[in-house]
Unconditional design. Structure first.
Length: 45
């Protein structure tokens, strides 16, 4: 399990889902997608 055990003093690590993949901030778009070239920059809120 991604966060492991540790002898009581281990904390945090990278936020991961239960399967061991990164839970936050992972890019989910496929790089080869055609419409990716049309999106220049992230839209800021």
């Amino acid at each position: 399990h991604p966060m492991g055990g540790g002898e009581g003093r281990a904390s945090g690590g990278h936020p991961r889902s239960r399967t061991g993949l990164y839970a936050k901030g992972k890019k989910t778009r496929t790089p080869k997608k055609y419409s990716n070239r049309l999106i220049i920059s992230k839209r800021k809120k």
